[in-house]
Design a protein. Structure first.
Length: 172
């Protein structure tokens, strides 16, 4: 009998204590940029040019809570394929292909001045030196994002088409 009473008390305590767990913590709210965004259009104007890309090439931006990764092919022409197998590609072919896409990843922050990215890894090794950043204005409407570069610290003279606005749509 003594054993049964003790067993009853233990079962009652376990039952009571299991109901005393803290409620699950709420899922943190996601930021407005979090997700994967596909490039769908680029257009805009610099002092030198008026740019509208009729056929936008592939591009993908991914934003986490604090980190980003982006790769895209600027321009409206597809990247040229290498001739033959990869071990037959010349150094000249590789150098030419280097200029046909943009890629970097790192951290980002949103402030009143816009979106600031700080690359930790970039196709251009100078851009990932730790002292460079890029600032873009941005606008979000539903599942569309527009990015317009305002400054990139690695350029003393921004390239033609620099101020082009890129339109992206959320894909995830």
């Amino acid at each position: 009998m003594y054993f049964v009473n003790r067993l009853f008390v233990v079962i009652a305590m376990v039952t009571l204590l299991s109901g005393c767990q803290a409620p699950p913590s709420p899922t943190p709210a996601t930021g407005p940029l979090e997700g994967a965004w596909q490039v769908v259009a680029r257009s805009g104007a610099d002092s030198d040019t008026n740019l509208t890309e009729a056929s936008t090439q592939p591009g993908l931006y991914i934003f986490g809570k604090q980190h980003y990764s982006m790769m895209y092919v600027p321009g409206s022409e597809p990247r040229a394929l290498f001739e033959g197998t990869f071990d037959e590609v010349t150094d000249s072919d590789k150098v030419q292909a280097y200029d046909t896409f943009i890629a970097n990843s790192g951290t980002y922050e949103i402030s009143e001045s816009g979106l600031t990215t700080r690359p930790a890894l970039a196709k251009n090794p100078n851009f990932m030196s730790g002292s460079h950043s890029a600032v873009s204005s941005y606008r979000i409407e539903a599942d569309s994002l527009w990015l317009t570069p305002e400054s990139i610290s690695i350029y003393s003279d921004p390239p033609v088409g620099f101020k082009a606005t890129t339109k992206l749509v959320r894909v995830e």
